[in-house]
Design a binder for this molecule. Structure first.
Ligand code: CMC
Length: 402
């Protein structure tokens, strides 16, 4: 309570003890619950990692089957929600739709509302309370893909698609996005797996801006739908989940590989930002970027190469040997290559942040659950400021003001 230390941007402030995700920014290490991201990307799936992040261990086959059934069971939206989606303008940004959809979802579930069901609904840790918590987790994970697909289709004036039975989490999402009504439609398995790997590497990244927002909001003991909506809004920004969209806009504006040196000079004069480069925590490399780069090649083998790839590669190669970027320890982050994959798969540009937000729901929920159940209960997050405004002033009536 005594001395206040200004820590602009939380460069050195820890607010919670966590067992979920470990990052070593100097060594370029990322682990979910102790498992290296490289091992998970090869051997696991997004939904299995969601379980791992939320509950702390890899599921047995039975545990996974139950979890998957619950999540997929909850993927269906109430018919009434179609009206809400249809009320958005055709040119609404899908992140604005998704953020609103998460908040609106809470209105359907009175059992999730701590002001109705008891202030300590989520912090009790009793079997009943854990079951209520699980239900919201299943709903939020299950409906995230459905709501994202609805946000996509409403802008095209296309009818919504009921989540299919028998497809994987990512397969179901692709089905709902693309389904044209033909019998037996199945997404391409290579593209389905590629998207699943992208979902997996985006599932969590400890206390980034959006996760911090979820916890900050959740610390008032509000329902998880409101907390996730707040996180979703935070992720929307171009310095965070909007960076994958910004990378493609940057590559388009550069125009061709020949213009790369000129663009880099602009960045060095601080007239532009090199989107998809740099990270608050990683000071050498972002391990996710290697996984995404490899996945890009697998996708391009099916879809053909994106014409922006050459510009991206030249940009990458030149920046990595330029003293400006090397001395500032700037390297590609997860977003540098992911946008190229999304583009090759046919997702519209402004939908890219949605493809980051949907998988991040698992991480947000894992941290929210951990905080609710932490020893000693939840302490509301209420940082202090250093006041630098005027001293006390006398009120001046409006007619006497100059
Ligand atoms: N392009 C040009 N210069 C940069 C960049 C960049 N992308 N990133 C950092 N710098 C410069 C910055 O201007 C500063 O220069 P100087 O020392 O001359 O003032 C120096 O590098 C150090 O940067 P920093 O202040 O340590 O960076 P930060 O930790 O405050 O910000 C960041 C991290 C991710 C917001 C920033 O690197 C950035 O804006 N990157 C571009 C946006 C982006 O790709 N975001 C996605 C992040 S990964 C996915 C996610 O988790 O959301």
């Amino acid at each position: 309570r005594g001395l206040r230390v200004l820590d602009k941007g939380f460069l050195n402030t820890a607010v919670i003890r966590s067992e979920i995700t470990y990052i070593d920014g100097e060594a370029g290490v990322l682990r979910y619950r102790g498992y290296p991201i490289e091992q998970l990307a090869v051997n696991s799936s997004y939904l299995e990692c969601a379980y791992l992040l939320i509950y702390g261990s890899l599921p047995t086959r039975t545990q996974f089957r139950t979890f998957e059934n619950e999540v997929m069971h909850h993927s269906i939206m109430h018919h009434d929600s179609e009206e809400l989606y249809s009320s958005f303008r055709y040119d609404s940004h899908p992140m604005a739709i998704l953020t609103s959809a998460f908040a609106a979802l809470g209105s359907n579930h009175a059992d999730a509302n701590p002001s109705l069901a008891g202030q300590n609904l989520y912090t009790r840790g009793t079997p009943e309370s854990l079951a209520v918590m699980d239900k919201q987790i299943f709903r939020l994970l299950g409906k995230a893909t459905t709501m994202a697909a609805m946000a996509y289709r409403v802008r095209q004036g296309r009818a919504f698609v009921t989540p299919p039975v028998g497809l994987s989490y990512t397969g179901s999402f692709l089905y709902q996005m693309d389904h044209l009504g033909e019998e037996g439609y199945k997404p391409n398995p290579v593209l389905e797996r590629a998207l699943d790997v992208l979902f997996l590497v985006h599932a969590d990244h400890e206390l980034n801006a959006s996760c911090t927002t979820v916890l900050q909001t959740g610390s008032s003991l509000v329902d998880p739908y409101s907390a996730i909506a707040a996180g979703c809004a935070s992720l929307y920004g171009p310095l965070h989940g909007g960076a994958n969209e910004a990378v493609i806009r940057m590559l388009i504006s550069i125009g061709s590989p020949d213009n790369v040196p000129q663009f880099l000079e602009q960045v060095k004069r601080k007239e532009s930002v090199l989107s998809g480069f740099g990270h608050r925590v990683y000071r050498t490399s972002d391990p996710r970027s290697f996984i995404v780069r490899k996945t890009a090649d697998e996708v391009f083998a099916i879809t053909g190469k994106d014409p922006l790839l050459e510009t991206a590669m030249r940009l990458h190669d030149e920046a990595m040997k330029d003293d400006y970027f090397v001395s500032r320890k700037l390297a590609p982050n997860v977003d540098f290559w992911s946008g190229l994959i999304y583009r090759a798969m046919g997702f519209p540009l402004d939908f890219f942040p949605v493809l980051f937000a949907v998988p991040r729901v698992a991480g947000w929920l894992a941290h929210w659950r951990q905080m609710m159940l932490q020893e000693g209960g939840v302490k509301i997050w209420r940082p202090r400021q250093i006041y630098v405004g005027p001293e006390v002033r006398e009120f001046v009536p409006i007619e006497q003001r100059k």
